[in-house]
Design a protein around this ligand. Structure first.
Ligand code: SF4
Length: 328
C-alpha cells in the first residue's frame, strides 16, 4: 500500500494572549499551549486512521495541521512524499481540491443564507471547476449518492429547512464535490442524533469505497472508531500514547490511558463485568502539562520515575506502539 500522508515530529504551540499587566505580574514569562507535542505517524492510501482521546488531547489541532489550516510550530507533513509545509499559497490552493475537512457541527459550518445546492457547489466555484450548468449537474448527482433525495427538491432548500442528518450529508457532499482523496473527518457524528449516527457512519463507509477515499477520523468515542477505522492512534495532552491496528488495540490494549478509554465504551450486555481500569479526574491544562509522562497524575499504575521520565512511543509487538514506562 502506498503512503499518502506522513507527519514527522509535528508540534504546535499556541501563544497565550495576556494583557500587559498579566505579563508584568508573570515576570514577562510568555506562556504557550502545547497543543501537539512532537508526534509522528503515517496514513496509507485507502486507510482509515482513527485519532481518539478526550477533548483537549490535540486531535482536532492535528487534523487542521495536516491540511495546513494552521501552521505547525515545527515538524514536517509529507503528502505523497512532498513536504507541504514548504508549499506556496498557490500550491496549497491546488492541493485543497484533493484534501478536505468535515467539521463537527454542520450547522455552524453551513452558511444560513446559502441554499443546499449553492453550498455544495461552492468549492467548485473556488477551484473554477466546470461552468454553472455542469456544476449543477455534478451537485445533483452527488446529492443522490449521499442520500439527499429528492435532489431537485432539496437543492433549493436552506439549512434551517432541512434536518440535522441532512445537514451532515450536505457537509459530506461539499467535502466530496472536488473529488478529494483524503478527508479529515473531525467528530463528524458528535452533534448528530443517536438515530442518525449509524446512518452517517454507514454512509462514510460506503463513500470511502465508492470514491477511493482515505480518512483521518477524529473521535472521542472508541466505539465509533472500532466501526470505521483500520488503525487507531490514542492521544493524550498533545502526544500519541498508543497506536496499532483496531483489532490489536481492542484485544490487547497496553497503555493505561487506552485501557481507561476502553472501559468507558458501553457494554450492551449488563451481565458482563468491567475491568477496574478507571481514569481519575480531568485532563490537565496544556499550558503547563505535568512533567514526565503527562498521564501520571491520573494513572493508577504510576511509579516515581513516571514524574520525570517521558516514555518514548515504541513498538511492543509488530506495528503496535505504546508510550509507557511499564511496557517491556
Ligand atoms: Fe502510567 Fe507511568 Fe505508564 Fe505513564 S509511564 S502510563 S504514568 S505507568
Amino acid at each position: 500500500m502506498e503512503e499518502l500522508i506522513r507527519a514527522d515530529n509535528l508540534t504546535k504551540e499556541f501563544p497565550v494572549q495576556k494583557s500587559f499587566v498579566d505579563l508584568l505580574l508573570a515576570g514577562y514569562k510568555r506562556q504557550v499551549v502545547h497543543a501537539v507535542d512532537n508526534i509522528s505517524f503515517n496514513i496509507m492510501k485507502g486507510e482509515v486512521l482513527g485519532l481518539a482521546g478526550e477533548s483537549g488531547s490535540g486531535k482536532s489541532t492535528t487534523g487542521r495541521l495536516l491540511l495546513r489550516l494552521i501552521e505547525p510550530t515545527s515538524g514536517t507533513i509529507l503528502y505523497k512524499g512532498r513536504d507541504i509545509t514548504s508549499f506556496s499559497t498557490r500550491e496549497m490552493e491546488r492541493l485543497r481540491e484533493r484534501i478536505q475537512i468535515v467539521f463537527q457541527d454542520p450547522n455552524s459550518s453551513l452558511n444560513p443564507r446559502m441554499s443546499v445546492g449553492a453550498a455544495i457547489a461552492h468549492p467548485l466555484q473556488i477551484h473554477k471547476i466546470g461552468n454553472s450548468r455542469e456544476q449543477k449537474g455534478m451537485v445533483l448527482s452527488l446529492m443522490e449518492k449521499v442520500g439527499l433525495t429528492p435532489a431537485d427538491f432539496l437543492y433549493k432548500k436552506y439549512p434551517h429547512q432541512i434536518s440535522g442528518g441532512q445537514s451532515q450529508r450536505v457537509v459530506l457532499a461539499r467535502a466530496l464535490i472536488t473529488n478529494p482523496e483524503f478527508i479529515v473527518a473531525d467528530e463528524p457524528i458528535a452533534m448528530a442524533d443517536v438515530s442518525v449516527r449509524a446512518l452517517i457512519l454507514e454512509l462514510m463507509k460506503k463513500l470511502k469505497s465508492e470514491f477511493n477515499l482515505t480518512y483521518l477520523f477524529i473521535t472521542h468515542d472508541l466505539a465509533t472508531a472500532k466501526y470505521l477505522c483500520d488503525r487507531i492512534a490514542v492521544m493524550y495532552l498533545g502526544r500519541i500514547v498508543e497506536m496499532g491496528s483496531r483489532d490489536e488495540l481492542f484485544l490487547h490494549p497496553h497503555h493505561p490511558y487506552t485501557k481507561a478509554l476502553l472501559e468507558a465504551v458501553p457494554i450492551p450486555d449488563p451481565r458482563q463485568r468491567r475491568r477496574e481500569e478507571v481514569v481519575r479526574g480531568e485532563i490537565p491544562s496544556a499550558i503547563e502539562p505535568p512533567p514526565g509522562c503527562h498521564f501520571h497524575p491520573r494513572c493508577s499504575h504510576a511509579i516515581s520515575k513516571c514524574k520525570s521520565h517521558r516514555p518514548p512511543l515504541r513498538e511492543i509487538t509488530p506495528r503496535h506502539l505504546s508510550a509507557c514506562i511499564l511496557d517491556g
